[in-house]
Design a protein around this ligand. Sequence first.
Ligand code: ADP
Ligand code: MG
Ligand code: ZN
Length: 476
Amino acid sequence: MDFETVIGLEVHAQLLTETKIFCSCSTKFGGAPNSHTCPVCLGMPGVLPVLNRKVVEYAIKMALATNCRINKSCSYARKNYFYPDLPKGYQISQYAYPLAEHGYVLLDVDGEQKKIGLTRIHMEEDAGKLMHDEHNPVSYVDLNRTGVPLIEIVSEPDMRTPAEASDYLKRLHEILVYLEICDGNMEEGSFRCDANVSIRPKGQKEFGTRTELKNMNSFRNVQRALEYEIKRQQYIVEHGGAIVQETRLWDDAQGVTNSMRSKEEAHDYRYFPDPDLVPVIVDDEWVEKIRRELPELPLVKRERFVNDYQIPAYDAGVLTADKALAHYYEEVVRLCLSPKAASNWVMGDVLKFLNEEKRDIRNCPITAVALAEMIKLIEDGTISGKMAKEIVEDMYKTGKAPQDVIAEKGMVQITDEGALGAVIQKIIDASPNQIKDYRGGKDKLFGFFVGQVMKATQGKANPQLVNELLKKMLAG
Ligand code: ADP
Ligand code: MG
Ligand code: ZN
């Protein structure tokens, strides 16, 4: 049977506010267990939550960047369940009246744009963390994370392959980081994804029963978990079984998903409006102010790079994947005015060095000014492209300007016609037999002369000039 896959993702992003969503405790990651807590986030009786305005502002930013409709009024609801990392016994979230709805993100699928719908974006609080003792049968509770603000971004079931799902996640991640409202750290859990997946026979309208996958902490693992789960569901259906709606955990070591619990339904949570919090009114003026402050978004930047710098879409994609990298690139171009050369050096050598050390462009030892200088030195013939390869490596290691590296290594290219002519004349004088053979029609000897010049100049002669002069002088 031919199956089609249906995927919808729920993403939780921790917001980079200084303080928690309903109290003034720090949101900093790490810190001694339970040191970032107070009666509010510990869920003591008799205390009241106070909404952090920054949380709403950041959530609006994301809603605008993903083309959502922002509701003029939204409110908080209690989602009731018991778990030791949830001291209040309920999570404050949004249910019937979320902040924003009906958005979309654009993907590039096989060269065509595909819209992935966003059902909603809402605000909620994070839960704490359980720490399990490896050697003893005990667990500890750390409530530092309790009350850290989250936005949940729920997609429509619009994705059809694990690759699309992974691409969608990368786009969301990119936007959040560009907006500087989330650090995007998947390993530390500031960007988390639950993946819902089902299969159906090709051509069937109704969706199949879905499973929900959790515990994937990288883009790659989201894709791997989905690939495994699709195969598992197909196997069951092909053998006459039925998919059970449930939550499954990704096991990274074994590369499989395992059943965790049967899927809860919304009514299990007994959602009800939180009586401690008033509705949030979002007026147009506030939204417009935030809209004006939005930075240029990745997709727009990408298109601008292709149009303004005439670089391939591939280059633009790599260079804009990180806002700081894009800025670095634009600085180099502004200074050397050679967009394609700049893109080659940034994407090639600079990124290679940085990746080898898992270093960030913000800490790159080669400044944009230095790289631009180097590109100009190639273009004015001072150094050859081959010399530049060596020079740029030195610049990275030492943080020195290209001129200093060149001076130290004595690497300046010989571009002086007179000086080079003299070298060539000496070689001609010393090779009477080869000259005779060359002039007699043995064209291959041209390479011999090039070799001689390069040897005499220790490879510093400008190759084009050597060619030109040799042609002229060997002709007699
Ligand atoms: P819950 O909050 O209980 O997980 P939601 O209705 O909010 O349920 O849906 C969660 C996600 O599941 C959404 O991203 C949605 O697109 C996706 N989804 C819903 N039905 C299916 C399905 N049959 N197959 C795959 N994904 C689905
Ligand atoms: Mg869910
Ligand atoms: Zn607190």
